[in-house]
Design a protein around this ligand. Sequence first.
Ligand code: PEP
Ligand code: MG
Length: 595
Amino acid sequence: MSEEAFVNKVIKGIGVSSGITTGKVYLLERGRVAIAKRRIREEYIEKEIQRFRHSTKSAVEELNDIKGAISDDGIRKHAFIIDAHMLILQDTLFLNDVIDTIRAERINAEWALDIVVSKFLAGFEKVEDAYLRERGQDIKYIYNRLIRIMVKGKESAIDANKGIKGKVIIVAHDLSPADTIQLNLNRISGFTTDVGGRTSHTSIVARALEIPAVVGVGNIASLVKNNDTLIVDGDDGIVIINPTKEVRKDYVAKQLRLKSQKREFLRIAKLKSETRDGFRLKVGANIELLAEMELVEQYGAGGIGLYRTEYLYLTRKTLPTENDHYHVYRKLAENSSLSYVTVRTLDIGGDKFVSHIEMPKEINPAMGLRAIRLCIKETGLFKAQLMGILRASAYGPLRILVPMVSGIGEVRTAKTILRECMDELKEKKIRFNEGIKIGVMIEVPSACMISDILAKEVDFFSIGTNDLIQYSLAIDRVNEYVSYLYEPLHPGVLRLIKQTVENAHANKIEVGLCGEMAGEPLYTPILLGLELDELSMNAYAIPRVKKIIRGLEQSYCKELLAEALTKDSAKEAEYMLRKEMGSLFPDDFIRCYEE
Ligand code: PEP
Ligand code: MG
């Protein structure tokens, strides 16, 4: 750290937990402990092994103490991360690896541990998917704890009360889950770390506790010192070191605005999703992790419209078993605040990859062996998931959603495989909901065009506009060069959605929409005009969308839709919409003036 303090230095990171905070830096410097590398004489090998074993026991005890000292219910829910660390510390494969290395190389325990952990980490570095790669962090946390114990004896707990007056912003190179849990969260108004991503544990905990956090900031821990002033903007993923008075004033105003907005949002969250003229529709949440359930309740979702199960596959080294699936889905099913929980079957392929599923190298993966196509080919994979869903369906309102359907054949095959799973369960006398609803995602243009045929085969539709726009407008959804063409209001897209809704209703089945479009308030009147039965979105978006729903009349939305459908392009439709919404909700939309 240079002696000269920064002024107004803006650093971009990843905003992982929403909100803005301004406060003093509390730097968590957990300096690296240098390890001594020593050769061990034959007669002392067993003693060295005992020393290592002893350190793992102490580490487990420490973690147990940390867990036992948690008094906050919100934090206790996340203690499973600590459990995972304790399991690794008791894992015989891991322990034996270190012990074998001590024996074979005749070296001290720290050195052996360093060799073993480096080997593990090198393996993790090669993993393609970000979530799994990040799990290497868990090994690092355990390594640091063990080394600290072996080198220095008992670790002194991080105590955010010491030397701190008022609330602080924690700045660290990295925070282990145990670090996060040990902190007195009442005294912490924000987090920022050099490393980490959206799916790192600290980010998950910060989000669940609604503490603003920006991670992956590069070298923030070496740029600041204690008592520097910091702004952490978790919405824009920005950290500002020593902001000037003017900037602070702006941010205080933004923070106040967000705070009162949030109070208002949480109030709206509890209200019905109903238009002024009595049209009701369901508002659901899209989730990826069980940890998001609390937010889902808080932000007023009536159900889960889309549970993306890919993360179940990303969070482990091997494929999830039927039991793994069952336990997760059962937790979802048992949540009494949700009237429906839609579990989407594996949608891997395209831009989503899992390292332990063998996938062919494809020139055009978005149109390749993806989602249901892969599941039909790898029936073992599909059946494990379906069996898990079916077994969990005995405990709550689960529904099955099949992604990427392009024709009736895929639906019929999926249903045949589902029936086989049901027969197997019946034979084993295992309970499940025999009337479980099965739906398909409508995200390929051909599925919209044959939605009259598909509607006779399934119980519900869920329109996935993220992919529907990609496939109908022929634009790669992850290609920044064509992102300007990604237009939800494109007349082609609107017509496809309209056709799908009409065909669903003509066949008396429900149709929802779960792409990003559902959570964008500007599009709410169009989606209301289309008469969708459900909108499912990121939980944070729910109150904002509910507010718009409650402020509109559906009859007016139908007129707006009709007008949008007369426009030649998305731009014209959007202009019209912004103008209307700007005058109806001046606080929520920037008005578009006629030139
Ligand atoms: C979609 O395609 O709109 C969708 C919701 O699914 P995903 O984004 O997971 O492909
Ligand atoms: Mg999709």
